[in-house]
Design a protein around this ligand. Structure first.
Ligand code: MN
Length: 253
């Protein structure tokens, strides 16, 4: 199995390094990852500047100023030959639950793999300690995929509780929960008296019902959510069409 491994925390992050070691026990792994932390980059592509790569002596490749999506795009289309069989992203430092998937560079890297026609997996740890647990879980999922390919055409968003392996209760198939709106902005003064702003943490859990990713991880289960990219709100289409007719918007031009 040939794996393209990326992340959004950057090539030196512990998560990607721990996962690479574990995967290399049974697979061929090419790391192509951002040279620094690009968490929150979502699906952004770098279009206005060229991309430069740095190849480490062991073959791992850092993309300078690259986003996770840049990395997978370059990795699949030019850097890894023969092409990978699968794209894996992670292990992210911190969970990607509910609405987080919209902002997540970790999930975006997997989505890019999927866009390019490959199966893909995003893996996040709900903390910063037990990367080994998430690595073992990821390896098990991969071996299962080798035995029995998953024919959903979707990416899997995997979130692992930050616990020792023997405390993990199992795996649950979940749906994305949701969060309250994020409203925290931390402001500071720079030495010249100008105000600086830091975007604060994500909102608290809003929909964390029993079948959600939030609930699974909180209860000690690995959460596996199949994601698709079509954001169309099919249930709202009739409402919008009716509203357009009623308001006769098109009569105004
Ligand atoms: Mn991250």
């Amino acid at each position: 199995m040939r794996i393209l491994l990326s992340n959004d925390d950057g090539i030196h992050a512990p998560g990607i390094q721990v996962l690479a070691s574990a995967l290399r026990e049974f697979a061929e792994v090419q790391i192509v990852a951002p040279d620094h932390n690009r968490s929150g980059a979502s699906n952004s592509l770098t279009l206005e500047t060229p991309l430069r790569t740095f190849v480490y002596p062991d073959g791992d490749i850092a993309v300078q100023m690259g986003t996770p999506t840049d990395c997978v795009y370059l990795g699949v289309n030019v850097l890894m030959r023969p092409k990978p069989d699968i794209v894996i992203s992670g292990i992210n430092a911190g969970a990607n639950l509910g609405d987080d998937v919209i902002y997540s560079g970790t999930v975006a890297a997997a989505m890019e793999g999927r866009h390019l026609g490959l199966p893909a997996l995003a893996v996040s740890l709900d903390g910063h300690q037990h990367y080994n647990t998430a690595a073992v879980v990821t390896c098990s999922l991969l071996r299962a995929l080798q035995r029995e390919p998953l024919r959903t055409g979707r990416i899997l968003n995997v979130n692992v509780p930050d616990l020792p392996l023997d405390k993990i209760k199992g795996i649950r198939v979940t749906r994305c929960g949701s969060r309250y709106p994020a409203d925290k902005v931390i402001s500071q003064q720079d030495p010249r008296g100008h105000t600086l702003y830091w975007i604060g943490p994500p909102g608290e859990q809003f929909d964390a019902g029993p079948d959600t990713d939030f609930a699974a991880v909180e209860e000690g289960y690995v959460s596996v959510t199949a994601l698709h990219v079509d954001l169309t709100a099919h249930g709202a289409q009739d409402v919008v069409a009716h509203w357009l007719t009623k308001t006769e918007v098109n009569k105004e031009w």
